[in-house]
Write a protein that binds this ligand. Structure first.
Ligand SMILES: *Cc1c(COP(=O)(O)O)cnc(C)c1O
Length: 422
């Protein structure tokens, strides 16, 4: 099946007389005929359902759909994108380990990596994307367990050179984890370029309608965990009666460990109703992504021609620093544009406050057009140094182009820019 078809049909195939739409199984628990039956499920929780803290049929239908869209062997939903980032790392790192990440990633991920993981004893080594292969090689330590990057960085809009970083990671015997939130599998499938694990904040384009926060981890099934660097996957798990993930679950070892061990213990699993809503968003993801790209391209070309704009970043614009990478990795440059208004933060705020159609909100990738000033909003916890490293200037506006008629979007931006004096 092609992506448009997978969006509608993957993950749930009703049998004779069953509901057309994936049902909401609003139940915490599942009934068995005998104690022996329950015991058997505890022995191998992948055989059936035990408890909705780590598996639920509605959520699993969505997981299967996303795994299919990304081309992976399995997926696990989480209650937020943050939880997905956290568990994707914790699944292979313990206190005393390290990972390598580019600094051009979502602000919340920087906080998680630079502060919270540090408190847990996991070091994150930040290496800029334009570092040479030799510089990146030199950053690896014997305890380095993964490399992390973001397909289209939020909000710097740098396109991650997935293939290059995958090759470097594999040379050192560790997987590449890619946050594919802004691209979605419709615009980029990181596994095709060598990534091993993909995560998403499903709160963005996948949900699309700003109705529920969520995340997902997807496993490509292609990384060899038996290379000696990942004893947690190849040695008996004491918390699961000595089960060995790579032996018992083969290609799906990583994602099943995440579910059986981490989700069991942390319990950040979405409710069935949230998964149902996410599924509605996923059904139209492919058609929506095409329109976001088309609208954003038109808006980017319009902004590039305005004398009120100091600089604009949109990987779909020829001449953009990331244009070549976008041509290689993306089927479209997605719906988010960053630009710097002349006159710094004050003018950025004046412009944003003048908008009538676009809303000023802490969200992105919504079906409605919205704007945000990262320096004073999402990224306000970052130091100036971290802001620069993440590619953010004080006067930067992050514009998330929605699916309104393009004429209305342009008219709103024009009248907003008219209010800015330079
Ligand atoms: C929003 C976002 C996250 C965090 O996701 P939440 O669902 O808000 O927890 C992670 N990565 C990227 C790229 C994001 O845009």
């Amino acid at each position: 099946m092609k992506d448009e078809t997978k969006c509608l049909h993957s993950g749930y195939t009703p049998k004779n007389s069953e509901p057309r739409v994936v049902p909401i199984v609003q139940s915490t628990t599942y009934v068995y005929d005998s104690t022996d039956d329950v015991a058997a499920v505890f022995d191998d929780p992948t055989k059936s359902l035990i408890y909705s803290r780590f598996a639920n049929p509605t959520v699993m239908a969505v997981e299967d759909k996303i795994a299919d869209l990304e081309g992976g062997v399995g997926a696990m939903c989480t209650t937020s994108g943050q939880a997905a980032s956290l568990l994707s790392v914790l699944n292979i790192c313990s206190a005393g380990d390290s990972i390598i990440s580019t600094p051009q990633i979502y602000g919340g991920t920087i906080n998680l990596f630079a502060f919270t993981l540090k408190k847990l004893g996991i070091e994150v080594i930040f290496i800029p994307e334009d570092a040479t292969d030799e510089e990146i090689d030199a950053a690896f330590k014997p305890n380095t367990k993964a490399v992390f990057g973001e397909t289209i960085a939020n909000p710097a809009l740098a396109v991650f050179d997935i293939e290059r970083f995958a090759n470097i990671a594999h040379k050192h015997g560790v997987p590449l984890i890619v946050d594919n939130t802004f691209a979605t599998p419709i615009l980029c499938k990181p596994f095709e370029f060598g990534a091993d694990i993909v995560i998403h904040s499903t709160s963005k384009y996948m949900d699309g309608h700003a109705v529920q926060v969520g995340g997902v981890i997807v496993d490509s099934g292609s990384f060899d965990w038996t290379n000696g660097n990942f004893p947690e996957l190849t040695e008996p798990d004491e918390s699961y009666h000595g089960l060995v993930y790579t032996e018992d679950y083969g290609k799906a070892a990583y994602i099943l460990k995440a579910r059986m061990q981490l989700m069991r213990d942390f319990g950040c699993y979405p409710a069935a109703h949230s998964a149902f809503l996410l599924n509605l968003g996923l059904e139209t993801l492919a058609v929506r992504m095409k329109q976001y790209c088309e609208n954003a391209q038109t808006v980017a070309e319009f902004l590039a021609g305005s004398d009120k704009i100091e600089s604009i970043t949109y990987p779909g614009l020829p001449g953009d620093a990331n244009y070549e990478l976008a041509q290689k990795y993306l089927k479209g440059a997605s719906g988010v544009i960053s630009f710097v208004i002349k006159g710094g933060r004050d003018n950025a705020v004046r412009f944003m406050d003048s908008l009538k159609l676009a809303s000023n909100e802490v969200h992105v990738a919504d079906i409605r057009t919205c704007v945000l000033n990262p320096a004073s909003e999402t990224h306000r916890q970052l130091t100036d140094e971290q802001l620069v490293a993440a590619g953010i200037e004080p006067g930067m506006v992050r514009l998330s182009v929605g699916l309104e008629n393009i004429d209305d979007i342009l008219e709103d931006l024009k009248q907003g820019l008219d209010k800015v004096e330079i």
